[in-house]
Write a protein that binds this ligand. Structure first.
Ligand code: FAD
Length: 467
């Protein structure tokens, strides 16, 4: 078969690239090695983790906050089997949705491992070992990433696990030891903490979610501590071993003191690494970068081989589903002769703990380092009528604006529905709004988004109304 575009991998990068290419009239194929489409995101990432976060949040609220609303429940218990079954159904709904979209857009899909024979020919090796060749004028590498570990820790997938296994546990851990205080670890740690597990987080850096604005990590740590999670920051893990059902994790304190924690599960969440195994990059003269094993691309996301592009987790930049999607669209449109653009500065980052954390643009630390003169405006949710009504009082909105022009340079939110609220900040910044522009726009009352308006008022000339 001869195609205009062959996409290898059907994660959010790959499937969006395939759909956009097909919309633009390009004959398109997508190859996926697993039996379901959707990649990490739909199968073992964003979607199942959010399903479990939602379920566990319901339980947490039922057991902790319902009483204050005048709702009394007796004999509350968790049915983990049902919770996991629901999660599996949520995943199936989403992955079958991609099958439907491929059919609707007349995209040919192939199940098997795609491997380059040459820059225009991809060999597909199916589960039964048979092979098939297809050719394409353009090939898009969208093979994503896999969990990484520490060199001295062996993941046994039973007691020492990655995020993938953490999404399918058959029991609630008694004590979950979490290595890594980043997004994925904190989300999955939250799930089990809400269900009653003791959760200990060991993080090498001196704050959790260390790549985000420092104020967010500080506040999130405070709130998660209230929820019972314990933190060892600035601590360096030196080993993790199992003995029967017991896991032991050893680590050094910042002053070099040797420590040990014993639990029944250890979740290693120290990041992800680009995945190119079996792709045959050497056949087309492509090598991966030493650090992170990423595929190098230019501004149009084309590799050094003409007509071969790469997108998503397998290339530089944030490992996020929406970044992969945006890049899938960009490459499809580039192949079709358009001149698309991505503003990488405005890709939001979200942590689905409760309260949620969401941010876009520059952090205060980045502005300081770049010597940019800026103003800060903050508004706490405890002063928001909507937040008082729902009882979600933790967190704040922080707006950073240019000192001279008032243009919004960064928005950092920790609070209820921050994941949804951040969209307003992204759009405002795409249109290069000033903090005053946002504060002069009407915001429905009572909503959490009023806190963004108030933080903008505070940034413009320190005149919030409600504090
Ligand atoms: C627990 C967890 C939670 C997450 N939550 C979020 C979130 O809330 N929001 C967010 O934005 N991001 C989240 N992420 C990150 C997100 O899942 C990734 O950034 C995203 O999936 C990357 O998309 P991708 O298309 O680049 O690759 P992937 O989704 O990894 O897809 C790559 C696909 O390529 C296939 N493949 C690989 N090699 C071959 C080959 N040779 N032939 C055929 N097929 C191949 C793989 O099987 C896979 O299906 C989460 C990740 C994890 C692990």
């Amino acid at each position: 078969m001869q195609y205009d575009v062959i996409v290898i991998g059907s994660g959010p990068g790959g499937y969006v690239a395939a759909i956009r290419a097909a919309q633009l009239g390009l004959k398109t194929a997508c190859i996926e090695k697993y039996s379901t489409f959707g990649g990490t995101c739909l199968n073992v990432g964003c979607i199942p983790s959010k399903a479990l976060l939602d379920s566990s949040e319901h339980y947490y609220n039922a057991s902790h906050t319902f009483k204050t609303h005048g709702i009394n429940l007796d004999n509350l218990s968790v049915d983990l089997t049902q919770m996991m079954k629901r999660k599996t159904e949520v995943v199936a709904k989403n992955t079958s949705g991609i099958t439907f979209l491929f059919k609707k857009n007349k995209i040919d899909s192939y199940q098997g491992v795609g491997s380059f024979k040459d820059k225009n020919t991809v060999v597909i090796t199916k589960a039964d070992g048979t092979t098939q060749e297809i050719t394409g004028t353009n090939v898009i590498i969208a093979t994503g990433s896999k969990p990484s570990s520490l060199p001295f820790i062996k993941i046994d997938k039973k007691r020492i696990i990655t995020s993938t296994e953490a999404l399918t546990l058959t029991e609630i851990p008694k004590h979950l030891i979490l290595i890594g205080g980043g997004v994925i670890g904190l989300e999955l740690g939250s799930v089990y903490a809400r269900l009653g597990a003791k959760v200990s987080v060991i993080e090498f850096m001196d704050s959790i979610i260390p790549t985000m604005d420092k104020s967010l990590g500080k506040e999130l740590q405070k709130v998660m501590q209230k929820q019972g999670v314990e933190f060892y920051l600035g601590h360096k893990v030196t080993g993790a071993t199992t003995k029967g059902k017991e896991v032991s994790v050893t680590f050094d304190s910042p002053t070099g003191e040797k420590k040990e924690l014993k639990g029944d599960y250890c979740l290693v969440a120290v990041g992800r690494i680009a995945y190119t195994d079996g792709l045959g990059l050497d056949k087309i003269g492509l090598a991966v970068e030493e650090r992170g094993r990423k595929v190098a691309v230019n501004d149009h996301l084309e590799t050094s081989v003409k007509g071969v592009y790469a997108i998503g987790d397998v290339i530089r930049g944030a490992m996020l589903a929406h970044k992969a999607e945006d890049e899938g669209t960009l490459v499809a449109e580039t192949i079709a002769g358009q001149k698309p653009h991505i503003n990488y500065n405005l890709i939001p980052g979200v942590v689905y703990t409760w309260p949620e954390v969401a941010a876009v643009g520059q952090t205060e630390e980045q502005l300081k380092e770049a010597g940019v003169k800026y103003k800060t405006g903050s508004f706490p949710f405890r002063a928001s009528g909507r937040a008082v009504a729902s009882g979600d009082l933790d967190g704040f909105v922080k707006v950073l604006a240019d000192a001279a022009t008032d243009e919004i340079l960064g928005v950092h939110i920790i609070g209820p529905r921050a994941a949804d609220m951040i969209a307003e900040a992204v759009i405002s910044m795409e249109f290069r709004a000033s903090a005053e522009d946002v504060s002069r726009a009407s915001h429905a009352h009572p909503t959490y988004t009023e806190a963004f308006r108030e933080a903008c008022l505070a940034a413009t000339d320190n005149r919030p109304i409600h504090i």
